[in-house]
Write a protein that binds this ligand. Structure first.
Ligand SMILES: [Zn+2]
Length: 215
């Protein structure tokens, strides 16, 4: 439990640039969720530069019935979102020695589908509120001072205290606005998911009503 909290805080604090250059974690891309036949409540959460549909066939080599169940729109700093989600769900992380590729798979989590989607939505929404400086890539003063004053990352992690709602996000963002955090560039994030018939459903994470608060 303590390792999880420490890991989350360390990851939130880590800058996105080093010596003036963007790091791997700053890349634009997709965060996606994959299921497989073997376990009903076990999901892989990964990052992909290209559309995750292309990635799934690769996962099928190791996992029978690997299926893309949800993914974000292409977002900035997607690998950072992936890291944050991995830490957020770290107490449910699986380490599996694979008999097919002989590697160890570490990106599968024993969680429900809702928990996986919730965690991805939360951190994708957070990253799209522009928490890092454009220049230097460090965490903005609003968030650093929050962390210094004992901010608990679990206050962003809905699954410990019940599901996060739109109003929780609105509250966090309104507070950020009160600290004069620049939010001109807040983007709308969408989660794409599939229903039982394979139809694609699109849900906005940071909704228009929240964005309207800043206009
Ligand atoms: Zn494998």
């Amino acid at each position: 439990m303590r390792a999880r909290r420490k890991g989350l805080l360390r990851t939130i604090r880590a800058p996105l640039m080093s010596r003036g250059k963007p790091m791997r974690s700053a890349q634009k891309g997709y965060v996606y969720i994959v299921s497989r036949d073997a376990d009903e409540n076990c999901f892989k959460i990964g990052f992909s530069k290209h559309h995750p549909m292309k990635r799934v066939s690769r996962h099928r080599r190791c996992h029978d019935g690997a299926k893309l169940i949800a993914f974000t729109s292409a977002i900035q700093h997607a690998p950072r979102v992936e890291q944050l989600v991995h830490w957020d769900l770290s107490t449910n992380r699986r380490w599996e020695k694979c008999s097919r590729c002989k590697c160890e798979h570490r990106e599968w989590f024993d969680v429900s589908k809702d928990m996986a989607i919730e965690a991805v939505s939360r951190w994708a929404g957070w990253i799209c509120s522009q928490p890092y400086e454009r220049q230097g890539g460090g965490l903005k003063a609003f968030w650093s001072s929050h962390l210094r004053s004992g901010f608990d990352p679990d206050s962003l992690s809905g699954h410990y205290w019940g599901w996060h709602t739109e109003s929780d996000w609105a509250e966090t963002l309104v507070e950020a606005k009160a600290y004069r955090m620049s939010l001109e560039h807040v983007e709308s994030v969408k989660i794409h998911r599939y229903d039982e018939t394979g139809g694609e459903i699109e849900n906005a994470v940071v909704t228009d009503s929240i964005l309207a608060l800043f206009n």
